[in-house]
Every structure is written in structure tokens, then in C-alpha cells.
Design a protein around this ligand. Structure first.
Ligand code: PMP
Length: 361
């Protein structure tokens, strides 16, 4: 669908024709499993909540403008220089800033599709043109086709690994082929929002390629494994020159005081150990649920995220409605399929029950 714009004011044409981003429904009251936004089903850890509570009384003051404390904690965590890290109001904001940094009117951005629905919106807002490259039948990035889509106007090539919503992740070989196939004046943006849930050892991490590829940008977030979606903190890692250009575009004070404090606390050793334990729990549940669904006869593509994909085509809306009846909120993509997040074991049991009832109906 399109975003509807009604105003007497003259609006940029790129804005009046934006595709709409329909967020996962927020449950009202009652017993509803919210599995529509790939969040962690557990609340933030106590130490993280305590860290933001501590700074709450200082909220009359601005936070650090570019999040220096958080930036240095991230640099230390990932073995890069602070000059390579940019933090922002969620990774979506940073993706927008990056596109605003490198795209001129009419430039092209190559992206896999179906992928994260915010991408085409960010591209259009930047005044650029999205060149979508269909996924393979397994829901994987088609790297040769993505490289073949490059033109002299291509400014950015995007990758999403694991891919939202199909769950497929790029192997180290695929990632290398992608990065090495793109000229050095074109950005390769690798969105690793779901990297913490990857268990397949053949899957690559773009951070490993960064030292040799000054045009590579890695995007990550505190919204998923760190259970802080409500705080809005994401970050980019890139070569210092590019990072500095993005920082100059980014909203000043883009990460709030409590969000900076919480994210720093989330990087503490003990908190990280518990975060990793929770991610393992989610992964174990993912494997259990996918195996059970396949046992019920569903075709479920292999997933490395905290979600899975049911490519039911034009039954998407009906299937989402069926899940809603069973108290499970999922994300339908009209005509394509339904994405379901992994929840608590009890929520996942409800998913399996509803899925079985759909097959038996
Ligand atoms: N990238 C991908 C692939 C996502 O699926 C999401 C969340 N749906 C995001 C980024 C957004 O992350 P953030 O909350 O950091 O803006």
C-alpha cells in the first residue's frame, strides 16, 4: 500500500508516493502473543533498567552529542576504532543517514526483495531509486543477480543477513563475492540486525571483511537480541572517513540519554552473558518450532533469525487472521506470506497449535 498524504502544502513527490510501513500491531489487553515485530519476548535485564533509571534525573541535560561513551564501548567490544562507529536512533535512522550521505537525486540503490520493508522507504526519502533483485526460491539473496544489477548510477548495494522476513543468511563465500564484486566508490551496506541468532558456522560476518573494504558498512541494533527495541539504539561500523561523513548527516543527539546509558550497560560482561543465554534459548525454540511445522507439512525455509517465514502467497491475510483468532499476532505480507517471530516456549506452543488447526481446517 501507499502512504496517504492529505494537506494543502506542497509535498515532495518522492514522499507522496512512499510505500507504507505497517508496524506489527501492539496488543491491547488480554492474552495475546505479539510475534509480529521480531522482538525478544523477554524484558530488558535489571542492570540495564537500573542504568537508565540512574540517568533519568539528569534528563534536563543533553546527552553526549554523538554518544561518545557508547561509541567507545562499541569500539572496544568489536575491536575497531571509535572513529569507525556511528550510533543513532535505531538502525533504520542510520540506514537513512547513510543513504542521505551518498545518494543524489535519481541515484540507484540495489537491494534484495523481499526484504525489510523500511529499505525502499529510506531510499525514496533520500531521493534515490530502489532497484529490487528477487530472492531465490529458497528466500536467499541472489548475489550474481545483485551484482548484475549494478549500473553507473548505483551508489549503494544493500544486503540483509539474516534476511527479514525469510531468515536466510549469507554464507562467508556469498558475502565475499558480493563485497568484492562491487566497485570501491559504491557502498555495500550489510544489515546484521539478527546476527546474534546465527548458529550456522558457514554464515559470514561482514565485520571480518571491513579492514580490506573501505566501502563496506555494517549495521547492527540493540532492538533484537539485546531486548531494547523500545529504546531505539542502532549503530554502523565503517571506515573512519565514511563514518565521519555519516555522522555529519546524522541527527544531533540522536540517541537519548537513557538509551545511551542502557546500551552501554547492555555491553557489560555479565549482561552480555545473559543476553547470549537468552539468544540460545530463542534459537533452540526456533529449531523446535521449525521442525514441528515441517512435521505438520509446512514448507519453512531454513532460518537463522528469531523468526520464520510461511510463504503461503495469497493466503497470507487469511492465515494471519487465523493466527489472530488463536491469540497470536503475526506479520502478513499481502500476496506473499506470513512472518512469525519466535516467542516464549508457551507462545510458540500456541503457534504450533494454531498452525496445526489451519492445516486440518
Ligand atoms: N534491520 C532489519 C533487517 C530489521 O528487521 C529491523 C527491525 N524490524 C531493523 C533493521 C530495525 O532496527 P532498529 O530497531 O534498530 O531500527
Amino acid at each position: 500500500g501507499m502512504t496517504e498524504v492529505r494537506t494543502s502544502v506542497r509535498i515532495r513527490q518522492a514522499v507522496t508516493s512512499l510505500p507504507s510501513y505497517v508496524p506489527g500491531a501492539r496488543p491491547g489487553h488480554g492474552d495475546v502473543a505479539k510475534l509480529s515485530s521480531n522482538e525478544l519476548p523477554f524484558p530488558p535485564q535489571e542492570a540495564v533498567v537500573a542504568a537508565m533509571t540512574r540517568v533519568a534525573a539528569e534528563a534536563n541535560r543533553y546527552p553526549e552529542m554523538t554518544g561518545e561513551g557508547l561509541v567507545s564501548a562499541l569500539a572496544h567490544r568489536w575491536g575497531v576504532e571509535a572513529s569507525q562507529v556511528v550510533v543513532g536512533n535505531g538502525s533504520v535512522a542510520l540506514i537513512q543517514h547513510l543513504l542521505d550521505t551518498v545518494c543524489d537525486q535519481g541515484d540507484e540503490v540495489v537491494m534484495p526483495w523481499r526484504s525489510f520493508e523500511a529499505y525502499p522507504i529510506c531510499v525514496a526519502v533520500a531521493g534515490a531509486h530502489a532497484v529490487t533483485v528477487p530472492l531465490t526460491s529458497q528466500g536467499r539473496h541472489d548475489v550474481p543477480a545483485m551484482l548484475a544489477a549494478l549500473t553507473p548510477r548505483t551508489r549503494v548495494v544493500m544486503a540483509c543477513t539474516p534476511n527479514n522476513p525469510t531468515g536466510a543468511a549469507l554464507s562467508a563465500e556469498e558475502l565475499t563475492a558480493l563485497v568484492e564484486g562491487v566497485p570501491r566508490d559504491v557502498v555495500v551496506l550489510v544489515d546484521e540486525a539478527y546476527l546474534d541468532f546465527v548458529t550456522d558456522p558457514s554464515v559470514g560476518d561482514a565485520l571480518d571483511l571491513l579492514p580490506h573494504h573501505p566501502n563496506l558498512v555494517v549495521s547492527r541494533t540493540f532492538s533484537k537480541a539485546h531486548a531494547l527495541a523500545g529504546l531505539r539504539v542502532g549503530y554502523l561500523i565503517a571506515e573512519p572517513g565514511l563514518a565521519s561523513a555519516v555522522r555529519s548527516v546524522a541527527t544531533p543527539f540522536g540517541v537519548s540519554l537513557p538509551a545511551q546509558a542502557a546500551a552501554v550497560a547492555a555491553l557489560g560482561e555479565e549482561v552480555r552473558a545473559e543476553t547470549a543465554r537468552r539468544a540460545r534459548l530463542v534459537v533452540a525454540e526456533r529449531e523446535r518450532v521449525v521442525a514441528a511445522l515441517r512435521g505438520q507439512g509446512w514448507e519453512v525455509p531454513t532460518t537463522q533469525g528469531n523468526f520464520f517465514w510461511l510463504g503461503v502467497g495469497d493466503q497470507a491475510a487469511a492465515l494471519a487472521g487465523h493466527f489472530a483468532q488463536a491469540g497470536v499476532l503475526v506479520r502478513p505480507f499481502a500476496g506473499e506470506g506470513v512472518r512469525v517471530s519466535i516467542g516464549t516456549p508457551e507462545e510458540n506452543d500456541r503457534v504450533l497449535e494454531a498452525a496445526a488447526a489451519w492445516s486440518a481446517r
